[in-house]
Design a binder for this molecule. Sequence first.
Ligand SMILES: [Fe+2]
Length: 208
Amino acid sequence: MGGNPGLKVRQIEVGSMQNFVYVLSDEATREAIAIDSGWEILPITKVVSEQKYRVRYVIATHQHFDHTETIGQLATKLGGELLAHESSPIKCDRRVSDGQEVKMGDHAVRVIHTPGHTEDSICIYDGRDLFTGDTLFVDAWGRTDLPGGSAEKLYHSIHDKIMTLPQETVIYPGHDYGDVPFRTLAEEAKSNPVLLAKSVEEFLRTNS
Ligand SMILES: [Fe+2]
């Protein structure tokens, strides 16, 4: 991996819950991956067919229905392999684990297991961009009061894993909840309460 200048990110908002889904493509080889599917597959399949991409993988960031309702249908339609974390209840073609890389064209993306919002939450890192699902939003974070959620785990996933990535990493969240649709980790670190918290105790005390 590296700066990945040949990669293109398409951020697409779908449905009534401000979900973001993504198409990440290698412009040279026309290979691509889709991240989540949300409520409708048409906006994704349209981009893929217009651009003549060959989708290698469809990746679920976590099990929640607003991200995965149509994901099996999307993978079938695009002919890509459906991937989810090894702890995920989602029916998929292949289960992935922390640190695993999957190839796309001349590039590879890395799976980062980030439990907290759900146990099966993963982020996808291409060396420049981080697709965070419901783990981290612009100025916010994923709720931890749903089944399988843990505020402690979320804090550690963000601080011990996401925060170790380069500050110029661009955060692409699973929902359009912020003032802007994406932002660098450096910018997030200035104002996002979960990043500003100095300890898990402080995070729990001030944000629960
Ligand atoms: Fe979620």
